[in-house]
Design a binder for this molecule. Structure first.
Ligand code: NAD
Ligand code: TYD
Length: 348
């Protein structure tokens, strides 16, 4: 059994990880600021579990971190906390710098200071696991080989630039102070509890409400989709068996164009493709992401378990069975977001 300090555990991927680790018998301290995408409903199944503790706070709050770390003595810190949506980063880059860059740097510094007080055995067993994205590598053409751990960083959006910066800080804390860090760069995740601003849940929610399905440009951009539970299993495997100071790419071997995804959703929900509306493209829209997960497969035996055909069915079933979850979201502040992002987006 491990004690894990998870940051951003009330979000999409973090909550999946928390649920998996509590089910496996670990103790989880979840520190989350509860921004628009953090939702305690995601964790209602574990809220009264004695192995689960929730702390409402910011990864940039030094005073809080200096209290929490010695109090709970985690075996690992798993950093999911981030501003995570590319479109929001285009209109408000600064908040991405604040959390993804400054927040990660403050978290690293507080963890490093506390880690230095530990006895040798606990010190070498400790891990700082940073969750990152394949978007730090920039974009691929249709014929380029997939991203490996050696691919040069070339972030194109304020989101990916802030994540690339946070990855560099994690690396620097390992090289400079010897903090036992590991970074994972993962492809696009999908599954239950994803905030409806992202492609798959947005299209499911709109289709269920018979609203237009806003595909950016021609919809030919490619993403490599991974079921969220498979991502979380990879993280756990790396915390236990990954090599310190390393980076691992995690991906689904599952490249699809956006238009393919939207058509699959229409078909699964029995909705007409006439709902699909091509709208003005995203600024600086990356054409293609693809991950080469050879390293994590060869070293740790990890492979994605969930086929896209099954994962998308499970995801749609979850949104159908949890209408209240997303209806509560889309009837609130999200309406202003949607208006701002989509109402003035020209149809093409
Ligand atoms: P999300 O937006 O659903 O969740 C982010 C969580 O972080 C929320 O609970 C939010 O309240 C919390 N948070 C934000 N700022 C915080 C702060 N300053 N202090 C503490 N908590 C804060 O995001 P997600 O999709 O679950 O992504 C989680 C991580 O995985 C991010 O680091 C993201 O970059 C990375 N990632 C995401 C994907 C994807 O497809 N969603 C793919 C690869 C990597
Ligand atoms: P998104 O889910 O925002 O993830 P990311 O940009 O991090 O890959 O978008 C996935 C793809 O779907 C991306 O190419 C942009 C596109 N997209 C649309 O076409 N329409 C939408 O309304 C959204 C949110 C995304």
């Amino acid at each position: 059994m491990k004690t894990l300090l998870v940051t951003g555990g009330a979000g999409f991927i973090g909550s999946c990880f928390v649920l998996q680790r509590i089910a496996a018998g670990d103790k989880v301290i979840n520190l989350d600021k509860l921004t628009y995408s953090g939702n305690l409903m995601n964790l209602k199944d574990v809220e009264s579990n004695p192995n689960y503790v929730f702390i409402h706070g910011d990864i940039g709050d030094e005073k809080l971190l200096r209290k929490v770390l010695p109090e709970y003595q985690p075996d690992a810190v798993v950093n999911f906390a981030a501003e995570s949506h590319v479109d929001r980063s285009i209109v408000d880059p600064d908040s991405f710098v604040r959390t993804n860059v400054m927040g990660t740097s403050i978290l690293l510094r507080c963890v490093k200071d506390w880690w230095n007080t530990l006895e040798a055995e606990k010190k070498s067993a400790f891990r700082f696991h940073h969750i990152s994205t394949d978007e730090v590598f920039g974009t691929l053409s249709m014929t380029d080989p997939a991203f490996t751990e050696e691919t040069k960083f070339a972030p194109n959006s304020p989101y990916s630039a802030s994540k690339a910066s946070s990855d560099h800080f994690v690396r620097a804390f390992h090289e400079t102070y010897g903090l036992p860090t590991v970074i994972t760069n993962c492809s696009n995740n999908y599954g239950p509890r994803q905030f409806p601003e992202k492609l798959i849940p947005l299209m499911i929610a709109n289709a269920l409400n018979d609203k237009p399905l806003p595909v950016y440009g021609e919809g030919l951009n490619v993403r490599d989709w991974l079921y969220v539970e498979d991502h979380c299993k990879a993280i756990d495997l790396i915390i236990h068996n990954g090599r310190v100071g390393e980076v691992y790419n995690v991906g689904g071997h599952n490249e699809k164009t956006n238009i393919e995804i939207v058509k699959i959703i229409c078909k699964e929900l029995g909705k007409p493709e006439s709902l699909i509306t091509h709208v003005a493209d995203r600024k600086g829209h990356d054409m293609r992401y693809a991950i080469d997960p050879t390293k994590i497969h060869n070293e740790l035996g990890w492979l994605p378990e969930t086929k896209f055909e099954d994962g998308i069915k499970k995801t749609i079933k979850w949104y159908l069975e949890n209408k209240e979850w997303w209806e509560t979201i889309i009837s609130g502040e999200y309406q202003n977001y949607y208006e701002k992002m989509y109402a003035h987006r020209e149809e093409i």
